[in-house]
Design a protein around this ligand. Structure first.
Ligand SMILES: Nc1ncnc2c1ncn2[C@@H]1O[C@H](COP(=O)(O)OP(=O)(O)OP(=O)(O)O)[C@@H](O)[C@H]1O
Ligand SMILES: [Mg+2]
Length: 141
């Protein structure tokens, strides 16, 4: 298990997105951190680098948003993990492609690990109005 830490401003975020895409092409990216820390913003940056121009927003009311047949976005804040699982979403996470899950927790990490689904966990913390700290952990690395 390796962990890397970055402190980045908004205009530096592309460097993290590039690094993530270089080593993580398939699997689940769990995004953790308090309200408005920048989870959706990071998804937006990665999706942009994948050459998809869709508008990326937190899928607050829908369970899943697809930006291509291989890029998916989920937010489990409103309904919780149990609801997400009971609707069969684990099967979705196993599909080929990149899956971004805002508010994924340790319980989800453990479930994905048991299912041998490759997982990257990113913990975001607000350092100041224009700076965030990103702790990136890759379970199988
Ligand atoms: N690295 C960064 N440096 C400075 N500001 C940032 C950074 N990343 C995101 N922000 C800003 O933080 C604000 C909130 O971002 P965002 O909507 O991505 O948060 P979120 O974690 O998805 O929120 P929610 O919990 O509501 O889903 C935005 O104004 C965004 O521009
Ligand atoms: Mg969000």
């Amino acid at each position: 298990m390796k962990m890397k830490t970055y402190e980045l401003k908004l205009n530096e975020l592309h460097t993290l997105a590039e690094g993530i895409l270089k080593e993580f092409k398939n699997g689940v990216v769990i995004l953790q951190g308090e309200l408005a820390c920048g989870k959706t913003t990071l998804v937006k940056e990665i999706v942009k680098q994948l050459g998809v121009s869709d508008d990326v927003t937190s899928p607050t009311f829908s369970l899943q948003q697809c930006y291509s047949d291989k890029i998916f976005h989920y937010d489990i804040y409103n309904h919780g993990l149990d609801h997400f699982i009971s609707l069969g979403m684990l099967e979705e996470l196993d599909k080929e492609g990149l899956h971004f899950v805002e508010w994924g927790n340790e319980e989800l990490e453990n479930i994905l690990s048991s299912a041998e689904i490759d997982t990257l966990t990113i913990e975001i913390e607000k350092i100041s109005d224009n700076m965030r700290k990103y702790k990136v952990r890759h379970a199988h690395a």
